[in-house]
Design a protein. Structure first.
Length: 690
């Protein structure tokens, strides 16, 4: 919101008219460049609103022909009849040569305009147009709504402006007042001489700006309710009273102030706070509409926009009685305080609302989450929503006295986008991993708990985010399936694990984590590994996992397997490690394992695999079963084999096209287990087996 002063009248850009039309005289209504010297107003000039270009004014009529335009305000921003002048019209003209026009107004909720009224201009501002001392400027004429017959407190929603002809007369003795418009009619043969925007005389007024001086609804009640057509329904002192009076499609505008109440939103309603349009972290936010209480969803099609929430428990929660709702929009809010333990700012989960299925199309964008002091508290938890966007939010949860800090949690939801968020939980010291885990659990959790939900988590895109200060940047649980997840182009910093898959203790009936792509991410200051595969039950399974093209800034491992001995990996996997010590473990399919650097363990399992350790001392596991692992860079001087002894294998030098390669065979079955490119069989000794 920006303030402007022209000809000693001050208004905000929100006070300007926002639309309109040419009512009559289109052929004699001309557009031209205004020369306005306020860049912030060029998109708001009358000409630009009525179809002209940015910064244009509009010339009405000429000496013989009349033109009329109609201009409107947005609901809640139009002038109100208060003491003094209520709106101002600016006319572009030459010094000492104002041009004549009359104005009519339409009261909010009415279909009729008042009679037209003419007034002399009040002030002239030569600096507003093309700079000073050029004999052009803006004439300002301010109007009091009382002169149009409105009572104090009544508002208008539109004005009409008409050009005046020489025969028109005002009813006041001073030449001002209500105007009788006189149309002589007939064809004037001279009219064609005066069709341009600068016709002779003063009957082609050049309207440039129209602004309210007392915008907004004057009321001691801070809450204004508007119907679906933006007509004012009334003022209220409490949110719940306004919601109770609303119908589907209504909008409730809350003035800055504090509202201490819990509210059930059982209508399809839009709630608009004082900082609507400004991100929750935007330093330009002004006085807040503060809700100290909980909003409970009770309907579809609800939007909560531009508030501050300062509450000891949930700020916005799912429906009672395990109902789940759709088309929920939560944006531009500042979630500023959450003091109780185990609480969540936004929650649509079991125990706090949300059904096993049924919710769809949620959008949580441009909010700020901070001021959390409760233990085991989260920024948000969303369960069972199909179509979920979480974007452009900032979350800071760094109170060192609060244990169990959590960021975002998404459970059993489908078609999810987590985009361009920043989540920081404040940890930088991981010398005691257990203490770090206790203090700050995760920035983002994809929880696939088996909690009665109708569907597992699937089709998730996580991109452009910054996750920091947590034990886990991203963590997934493993009681249900997790499928089709892209974790691309994110920043991870000051985490113990960047991404940890299947981290729950698990049950005997675990799901599969499959079709997961972890690519193009940047990992800084990671203590353990950038990507960790974890599972606690032998039934856990991974399939078709890709980890590639990531940037690792530091000596940490790119990939590790916490419970590698009990892994079940199938499908086609690609694992690219870092210059740290990686554990690259494939499965029954055809896997690609690339270590790049460090002292790596590479075990392709079954299938026809490709393995490369890069620099460092690498250990390659031999697998006695279907498939052959091709090792691209075995260095007999430093690299090792495991899962077999020297006496268990036959080392055979290839012949023909394979003459430069060595084959490792099981000496009992004679099955080929591995092919070593550019390797001499006699260079391999018992010392290469561990």
């Amino acid at each position: 919101m920006a303030a402007f002063t022209i000809a000693d009248f001050t208004f905000d850009d929100t006070d300007l008219v926002t639309g309109g039309s040419i009512v009559n005289g289109k052929s004699t209504t001309q557009f031209f460049g205004s020369g306005l010297q306020f860049p912030g107003l060029l998109d708001h000039t009358v000409g630009s609103l009525l179809g002209g270009s940015t910064g244009q004014s509009i010339a009405l009529g000429n000496l013989f022909n009349r033109s009329t335009i109609e201009l409107t305000w947005d609901a809640g921003s139009s002038p109100v009849n208060r003491a003094g002048d209520d709106f101002v019209v600016y006319e572009n003209g030459f010094a000492r040569a104002p041009e004549t026009y009359a104005v009519a107004v339409r009261e909010t909720g009415s279909e009729q305009f008042t009679p037209f009224r003419y007034e002399n201009f009040d002030r002239y501002d030569e600096t507003a147009i093309n700079g000073p001392a050029d004999n052009t400027g803006l004439f300002a004429t301010a109007f009091d709504l009382s002169d149009f017959g409105l009572t104090p407190g009544e508002s208008i929603e539109a004005v009409q402006i008409v050009s005046l002809l020489p025969a028109d007369r005002a009813d006041g003795a001073d030449g001002q007042g209500t105007v009788e418009l006189v149309d002589a009619g007939g064809f004037n043969p001279l009219a064609s001489l005066f069709q341009g925007p600068f016709s002779l005389g003063n009957s082609d007024p050049d309207i440039t700006l129209v602004a309210g001086l007392n915008s907004g609804i004057e009321s001691s009640q801070p809450l204004q309710l508007f119907d679906a057509d933006n007509n004012l329904v009334g003022g209220f002192d409490s949110l719940q009273a306004a919601v109770d009076a609303a119908k589907d499609g209504y909008t409730l505008i809350a003035a800055a102030g504090t509202y201490q109440e819990d509210v059930t939103l059982d209508k399809a309603i839009t709630l608009v706070g004082a900082n609507f349009g400004l991100a929750g972290s935007d330093g330009a936010r002004g006085a807040e509409s503060v809700i100290e209480g909980t909003l409970t969803l009770g309907s579809n099609n609800i939007s909560v926009l531009g508030f501050e929430f300062a509450n000891d428990a949930a700020a916005i929660q799912g429906g009672n009685n395990r109902n789940n709702f759709s088309n929920i929009n939560i944006a531009f809010n500042n979630f500023a305080a959450l003091t109780n333990d185990t609480q969540t700012f936004i929650t649509n989960g079991f125990g706090t609302g949300g059904a096993p299925s049924g919710g769809s199309n949620w959008s949580i964008t441009k909010n700020y989450f901070g001021g959390i002091t409760g233990n085991d508290a989260s920024m948000l938890r969303i369960d069972n929503v199909d179509g979920l966007l979480i974007a452009d939010n900032v979350g800071v949860h760094n109170d060192a006295s609060a244990a169990g800090r959590r960021g975002f949690q998404i459970d059993n939801s489908q078609h999810v986008e987590v985009l361009n968020n920043t989540v920081d939980l404040g940890i930088t010291d991981f010398s005691d991993p257990a203490a770090a885990s206790t203090a700050a659990r995760y920035a983002l959790q994809l929880s696939v708990d088996d909690d009665g939900s109708a569907a597992s988590t699937a089709n998730v895109a996580i991109a452009g985010n910054t996750f920091s200060g947590a034990y886990d940047g991203i963590v997934t649980l493993d009681d249900r399936d997790l499928t089709h997840v892209d974790i691309d182009n994110n920043q991870f910093a000051n985490v113990f694990y960047g991404v940890r898959l299947a981290a729950a203790e698990g049950t005997s009936a675990q799901g599969t984590q499959s079709d997961i792509d972890i690519s193009g991410n940047t990992f800084d200051a990671v203590t353990a590994s950038a990507v960790a595969f974890d599972n606690r039950e032998p039934a856990e399974a991974f399939s078709n996992i890709v980890v590639e093209n990531n940037t690792f800034n530091g000596p940490f491992a790119g990939i590790t397997h916490i419970s590698g001995d009990t892994r079940i990996v199938s499908g086609t996997n690609t694992f690219e490690g870092s210059d740290g010590d990686d554990q690259l473990l494939g499965g029954s399919g055809d896997d690609t394992l690339l270590g790049f650097g460090g002292n790596d363990l590479l075990d392709g399992g079954g299938g026809n695999n490709t393995a490369s350790g890069g620099a460092g001392t690498d250990t390659f596991a031999l697998f006695d079963g279907p498939g052959v692992t091709t090792i691209l860079d075995f260095d007999a001087a430093v690299d090792k084999f495991t899962n077999a002894t020297f006496s268990d294998v036959i080392l055979a030098q290839g012949t023909g096209a394979e003459v430069n390669n060595t084959f490792v065979l099981n000496n009992a079955s004679l099955d080929v287990m591995a092919k070593l490119l550019s390797t001499v069989a006699t260079d391999i000794t018992p010392a290469n087996f561990v």
